[in-house]
Design a protein around this ligand. Structure first.
Ligand SMILES: [Zn+2]
Length: 418
């Protein structure tokens, strides 16, 4: 048995052993959820657990963020980082379990409590094999994943601005998201776009107000806008069916009195796309329609695709294949699934993966209990206990293998033969 396989087996066993503790931590965090940039209790729990197992801790990185650094025996070896988000949602918890949220109107309904608990479990497992890690593992506990840019900076950006990726410099960042679309005990991943890009689009259509008794004096901005709404859906009907894409107008405001033809309508929409090239092409395509329709009726417009840009989350191929290999060897083929299509969701993981290679992967959380089958952000969202052995092992196996592989690349003449 090779050294990687031997340590891999030890990691998988340790992950299973620590899972009841991980579940306890998750349930504690679930009872005490905190909103964005208010994760004081959560952050302190992370810092305390890391210090207890001998991991160096930096507090207050990106306001309430925590960075843990676990030095293996690697000296100036490679550095791999894992990220978990700490914030909860401003929603009422309806899970009805003994660990239901005790904070009125705040709940962990996106699985971030499970992400944090699993990363703490993995840190403990990795600390147990630290003398066999030829490099450094960093743990990012990220605040405010659910920020609403551009009004607010998000936690990932705040942590990066505070130097989370430096000292020592990080070679790759990995991040998990729990998802009930897959069974507990599985991990799904793919290279390339994992979560789609997600833009807020704003369109203002200006006509001319007139009394509805003299329509010949007016330009009806509501009528013009309705033509644009119809036409943009026609555009969607002509997209490549292999691409994940959606453009929906989600708010509409216009008009001021029932006897006046409306002078102005403001639409906001959500544009999500898996193909980064579409982000380049779509604004011009939509504008062609808007301009054509406005011109035809004498209206004018303003179209803005840059209200709140959220780029796609993209996994790098090399790191995806390192992770895949680590999981297949450690957990078996059946536990590792290929994600077929990107999700039309958004995540601040793009901030990390824009700066370093790395992987955003999905951890299955559903079992036969219907309580584990609600989608994320549902008020009854819950997680199968069978999630944790896999979630913890996925992190620790990947960290170990990444450091082994990249460490060997850095030391080609070390004579590592057996
Ligand atoms: Zn989330």
């Amino acid at each position: 048995m090779s050294e990687i396989a031997r340590t891999g087996k030890q990691i998988v066993d340790a992950a299973r052993e620590i899972s009841p503790w991980v579940q306890d931590v998750r349930e504690d965090l679930h009872r005490h959820p905190e909103l964005r940039f208010e994760e004081h209790r959560t952050a302190e729990r992370c810092a305390a657990e890391l210090e207890r197992i001998g991991v160096n801790v930096r507090r207050g990185v990106g306001r309430t963020g925590i960075v843990g650094t676990l030095d293996g025996g690697g000296g100036d070896g490679p550095v791999v980082a894992f990220r978990a988000e700490m914030d909860a949602l401003a929603m009422q918890d309806m899970c009805g379990t003994p660990y239901q949220s005790e904070n009125e109107g705040i709940a962990h309904l996106c699985g971030h409590d499970g992400h944090v608990a699993s990363l703490l479990g993995a840190a403990t497992v990795l600390a147990g094999v630290r003398d066999r890690l030829p490099g450094t593992v960093k743990f990012f506990f990220e605040p405010s994943e659910e920020a609403t840019p551009p009004d607010e900076i998000c936690g990932a950006e705040a942590m990066i601005n505070d130097g989370a990726l430096e000292d020592p410099n990080v070679d790759a960042v990995f991040g998990a998201h729990f998802f009930p679309d897959w069974r507990a005990g599985t991990v799904a991943l793919k290279p390339g776009v994992v979560f789609s890009g997600n833009d807020v689009v704003r369109l203002t259509v200006r006509g001319r107000e007139s009394h509805s008794a003299v329509p010949q004096d007016g330009i009806d901005s509501i009528y013009v806008t309705s033509q644009i709404v119809t036409a943009t859906q026609g555009l969607m009907a002509h997209m490549d069916i292999n691409e994940a894409i959606s453009l929906h107008w989600t708010t509409v405001h216009g008009g001021r009195m029932s006897n006046l033809i409306a002078s102005e309508v403001v639409l906001e929409g959500s544009f999500r796309f898996s193909d980064i090239g579409l982000r380049e092409r779509m604004p011009a395509q939509v504008e062609r329609l808007v301009k054509g329709i406005c011109d035809a009726f004498g209206a004018t417009y303003e179209l803005d695709f840059g209200v709140r840009p959220m780029p796609a989350v993209v996994s790098s191929s090399l790191e995806t294949s390192t992770m895949r290999q680590a999981l297949i060897e450690g957990l078996g083929e059946a536990a590792v699934l290929d994600m077929k299509q990107p999700r039309l969701a958004a995540d601040t993981m793009f901030h990390w993966l824009r700066r370093t290679p790395g992987v955003f992967y999905m951890v299955g959380t559903a079992d036969d209990n219907p309580a584990t089958q609600y989608p994320s952000h549902h008020q009854k969202f819950d997680i199968s206990p069978e999630t944790y052995p896999t979630a913890v092992a996925a992190i620790a196996l990947t960290a170990h293998r990444f450091l082994e592989e990249r460490g060997q690349e850095r030391r080609p003449d070390d004579g590592q033969s057996e």
